[in-house]
Ligand binder design. Structure first.
Ligand SMILES: Cc1cc2nc3c(=O)[nH]c(=O)nc-3n(C[C@H](O)[C@H](O)[C@H](O)COP(=O)(O)OP(=O)(O)OC[C@H]3O[C@@H](n4cnc5c(N)ncnc54)[C@H](O)[C@@H]3O)c2cc1C
Length: 509
C-alpha cells in the first residue's frame, strides 16, 4: 500500500461504529483506511462460520431502520440498501409467571399490564422526541456550553410542545414509573428492568428516564432480521467504503498510536498478533473504534492525563457469556418466536444466567445452518472480573465456570421450551475472555456504559486534537443503531475539525 500525504483518516476497528464513520468520511471525500484485527468485520455485531452454521457472535436483534431511525438515516446519506426484513413479535419475554410478546402495537404488553397504558402513552411521546432530536442533527445531549446554547435556541423553537417532557432528562426511570402509580407493581418493574438491561445496560433504578423512553421503543419502531446474519450490516458498510475508494484491511492488529508534539501522526500495526514485523501507516486523523482502556493502551506514554484518570476511575462495565448452539429444527415446538428473553426469578439481580436472551436464525434464512438445523445464540450479562480470576487461578477453574454457565442457561431454556437441550447438537461457549480475544475489548467488556445520566455521557473527544473515539463507549452507547448515531456525530466533528481540502485529495495505489 502506498503512503498518503494529507487528509488521510485511519479508523482502528471495523465494528459498526468504525465502519459507519469511515463510510461517511469516505463519502465526504477523505481518504479513509479501516484497519481490523479479525478476518471479518462487525465486532460484537458480526457473524462467524462454524461447521456449516452462521452464528451471530453477540447482537441478534436490530432496530433503527424506521423513518428517522439511525440505520435509515445513514442509508439515505450513503445511498445504500440494507439486506433486512422486518418481523414480529420483536421477542417474547418470559417472566416467572407470564409470557409477553413485544409488538409494534403493544397489544400483548397492555394485556399483561393493563394498568400501564398511561405509562406507554407517555413513553411513546418521549421516544418520538428522542428520535426527532437524533434525526435533527442537534447536539443531543449537549456536551459543552456552546452545544447547550445551540440546543436551547433551535430546540425550543422547533419542539415547543415537548417542553413538559424535559424534566425526565434529570430523572431516573423508577421515578417516572412511580409517577404513573406503577412503582409497587413488581411484575411490571421486573419487565421494564429486563428490557432496560438489554437496551441501556442498567435497570430502572439507575437508567436515565429520557434515555429509557427511546430504549423502550424498539418493538414499536420495528425490529429486523439481517439476511445471512447480523454481519450483513457490517458487510454492507464495507462494500460502500470500498465503492467510495476507501480501504478495509483485515488481520491487521494495531499495536500503537504514534503521537508527536501532542498530535497523532499514524499507527503501528502488524499482520496478526504474533507477527514480529511492524509497519507504520501515517494519518492526519485517527478514529479508534475502541474502549477508553484500549485507547489508553495503544497510546502508551502519550495517553493524556485525563484519559489515564478516566480509566483508573471507571467501574468495569458488563461482559457477556454466550452460547452458540446448533439445534435440530424439527425438535422445536411449532410457532416458537425467533427471539426469547427468559427471566428466571420474580425478583433479585438479573444477569449471570438469571436473565438470558436467546435468538434463533429465522426459518426462511436457510443458508444460516445445515439442512434441518438452526443457528442459535444465547447470551447473559456477566461480570468480567471473575472470569479472569478463574483463568488466573487455574485453567480447570475457568472451564468449570464455563460448564456451569452452559448447564444453567440450557436449564433455563428447558423451563420455557421443554426439552430444548435435547435438540442441541453443537455447543460453543464464549466468556468475556473469548470476547476480548475476538473484539479486542478490554477484559471482554461489551455494550458500553450504563446510560445513567445524559449529562455525564462520554463523548468522542480524547484530549488529543486529531484523535476521536467511536462505538458503544460514547453516547448514545450500545446497539448497532446507537453506535451508528454516535458515528454520524463523530464524522461531522471530524469534518469540522479537519475541513476537506480538495486540492490534497490523494488516491491510494
Ligand atoms: C452479547 C451481545 C448481545 C448484543 N445484542 C444486541 C442486539 O441484539 N442488538 C443490538 O443492536 N446490539 C446488541 N449488542 C450491542 C452491539 O453489538 C454493540 O453495541 C455494537 O455492535 C458495538 O459496536 P462498536 O462500534 O462499539 O464496535 P465493536 O463491536 O466493539 O468492534 C470493534 C472492532 O475493532 C476491532 N479492534 C479492536 N482493537 C483493535 C486493534 N488494536 N487493531 C485492529 N482492530 C481492532 C475489533 O476486532 C472489532 O472488530 C450486543 C452486544 C453483545 C456483546
Amino acid at each position: 500500500m502506498g503512503t498518503t500525504t494529507s487528509q488521510h483518516i485511519i479508523v482502528i476497528g471495523a465494528g459498526i461504529g468504525g465502519l459507519s464513520a469511515a463510510a461517511l468520511l469516505a463519502q465526504a471525500g477523505y481518504q479513509v483506511s479501516v484497519v481490523e484485527a479479525q478476518t471479518y468485520p462487525g465486532g460484537c455485531a458480526s457473524t462467524f462460520t462454524h461447521k456449516g452454521y452462521q452464528f451471530d457472535s453477540g447482537a441478534t436483534v436490530v432496530g433503527g431502520f424506521q423513518q428517522g431511525g439511525p440505520h435509515r438515516l445513514i442509508a439515505e446519506q450513503l445511498g445504500l440498501v440494507w439486506p433486512v426484513q422486518r418481523y414480529e413479535p420483536a421477542w417474547v419475554t418470559h417472566l416467572a409467571d407470564r409470557s409477553i410478546a413485544l409488538t409494534a402495537d403493544n397489544t400483548d404488553v397492555l394485556r399483561a399490564f393493563p394498568q400501564s397504558a398511561g405509562f406507554w402513552e407517555h413513553q411513546s411521546k418521549v421516544a418520538d422526541l428522542g428520535w426527532r432530536l437524533s434525526a435533527s442533527g442537534l447536539p443531543w445531549p449537549p456536551t459543552s456550553l456552546a452545544e447547550f446554547l445551540q440546543l436551547a435556541r433551535v430546540g425550543l423553537t422547533t419542539f415547543p410542545n415537548d417542553l413538559p417532557l424535559l424534566p425526565l432528562a434529570l430523572q431516573k426511570t423508577y421515578q417516572w414509573i412511580r409517577q404513573h402509580g406503577l412503582g409497587q407493581d413488581k411484575a411490571f418493574v421486573r419487565f421494564i428492568d429486563a428490557q432496560l438491561l438489554i437496551s441501556s445496560q442498567t435497570t430502572s433504578q439507575y437508567a436515565n428516564a429520557m434515555y429509557s423512553g427511546t430504549a423502550l421503543d424498539l418493538a414499536r419502531q420495528g425490529v429486523y432480521h439481517v439476511q445471512g446474519g447480523i454481519g450483513g450490516i457490517a458487510e454492507t458498510l464495507v462494500a460502500k467504503i470500498q465503492d467510495l475508494g476507501g480501504v478495509v484491511l483485515y488481520r491487521q492488529h494495531v499495536t500503537r498510536i504514534a503521537v508527536e508534539a501532542g498530535h497523532v501522526t499514524g499507527i503501528h500495526y502488524k499482520e496478526g498478533r504474533r507477527a514480529k514485523h511492524e509497519s507504520f501507516m501515517p494519518a492526519d486523523f485517527v478514529i479508534g473504534n475502541l474502549t477508553p482502556w484500549s485507547l489508553d493502551e495503544l497510546l502508551g506514554e502519550a495517553s493524556p492525563k485525563h484519559l489515564q484518570h478516566e480509566i483508573a476511575e471507571r467501574k468495569l462495565g458488563w461482559g457477556a457469556f454466550a452460547l452458540h448452539l446448533g439445534v435440530e429444527a424439527d425438535k422445536l415446538p411449532a410457532g416458537l418466536a425467533d427471539h426469547n428473553q427468559i427471566i428466571a426469578d420474580p425478583d433479585g439481580p438479573l444477569g449471570e444466567t438469571r436473565s438470558i436472551f436467546m435468538s434463533m436464525s429465522p426459518e426462511w434464512d436457510a443458508g444460516r445452518a445445515p439442512a434441518g438445523h438452526r443457528a442459535v445464540t444465547v447470551t447473559t450479562h456477566t461480570q468480567v472480573q471473575p472470569w479472569w480470576d478463574a483463568l488466573a487461578q487455574h485453567e480447570q477453574a475457568y472451564y468449570a465456570r464455563k460448564k456451569d454457565y452452559t448447564e444453567k442457561m440450557l436449564a433455563q431454556i428447558d423451563k420455557v421450551i421443554p426439552n430444548f437441550s435435547g435438540a442441541v447438537r453443537l455447543v460453543l461457549p464464549g466468556s468475556p475472555v473469548t470476547f476480548q480475544f475476538y473484539t479486542g475489548r478490554h477484559m471482554g467488556q461489551v455494550g458500553g456504559f450504563a446510560q445513567a445520566s445524559l449529562f455525564v455521557a462520554r463523548g468522542p473527544r480524547t484530549g488529543i486534537p486529531n484523535l476521536r473515539l467511536v462505538g458503544d463507549s460514547i453516547f448514545p452507547g450500545q446497539s448497532t443503531a446507537g453506535v451508528t448515531l454516535g458515528a454520524m456525530r463523530v464524522a461531522k466533528d471530524v469534518m469540522r475539525t479537519m475541513p476537506l481540502n480538495l486540492r490534497h485529495k490523494v488516491v491510494l495505489a
